[in-house]
Design a binder for this molecule. Sequence first.
Ligand code: AVI
Length: 318
Amino acid sequence: MSGALARDAAEAQRAALVADALAGLSAPRKTLPCKWLYDAEGARLFEAITRLPEYYPTRTETKILTEQATAIAAAIGPGAAVVEFGPGDGAKGELLLAGLQSPAAYVPVDIAPEWLEAAASRVASARPGLPVLPVVADFTQGFALPKRIGAAPRLGFFPGSTIGNFEPAEAAAFLRRARATLGAGSRMLLGADLVKAVPVLEAAYDDAAGVTAAFDLNLLHRLNREAGADFDVAGFAHRAIWNPALERVEMHLAALRPQVVHLAGRVFRFAEGETIHTESSHKYRPEALGALAAAAGWRATAMWSDPQRLFSVWLLQG
Ligand code: AVI
């Protein structure tokens, strides 16, 4: 990207952050979209979260993909073109491809070209000869698949329980759009975190070392840095709360004392204890995940889990 284009992209991103912050902080219950948690520092902190003892999802999903690789590969069959939605560093894509029989191509899809590059080069160097065909696109929207994958059977791959960060209606819309993008008859391998004991869930989102707290509070630092806000970050604390009615862990930033915050010419007041809802992580019961997939035009044909039933990996047929 040229210097001028990069500057335009950064300015557009800043304007979108300010617009989302103004809307979210004006709502009766203050909220900010969780996508803004992931600036460079947020991405670094999230990577650290995935290695925490309390944060079981990444470790457990990796174990399922490793230990059940033969069964997963048998269910998928040979020659699949793997389309990964939001590949991160490409580690899970590489793991999946290593177990599959003669995969036809790897298509990582992400809106951030620099992340896409990292995933693509990791997989390309691990699997020389495999066509690696990155697509820069917002994977929550429709996008065109590379023509080079031809008639290879398509396998969508959406690991990590990122589906849980969508509201249920958004999750169904994502799955419906993914099916339209991949085409009828395609498959999808989907990671989903399961409902479990509340202390396990809350510890996973409020670790003893405070890494998740730093990840959440970084959003206020980001608003100060990029949107010119004046949050007193030390006046807020991270909270992770299980919402039993909606079966989700919510992250909130709670004001420790009354606060007045300025952002883009507006004034926002916080009462003591008032929170900004920064993320929801929905947890699924198997029957609810099956129903969600069905509502989006997919049929669940297999599910793999771990002995403690912490996490699930689903094969869906479109
Ligand atoms: C990216 N996503 C699946 C994570 C989750 O578990 O919902 C984000 C996260 N937030 C706090 N810890 C991890």
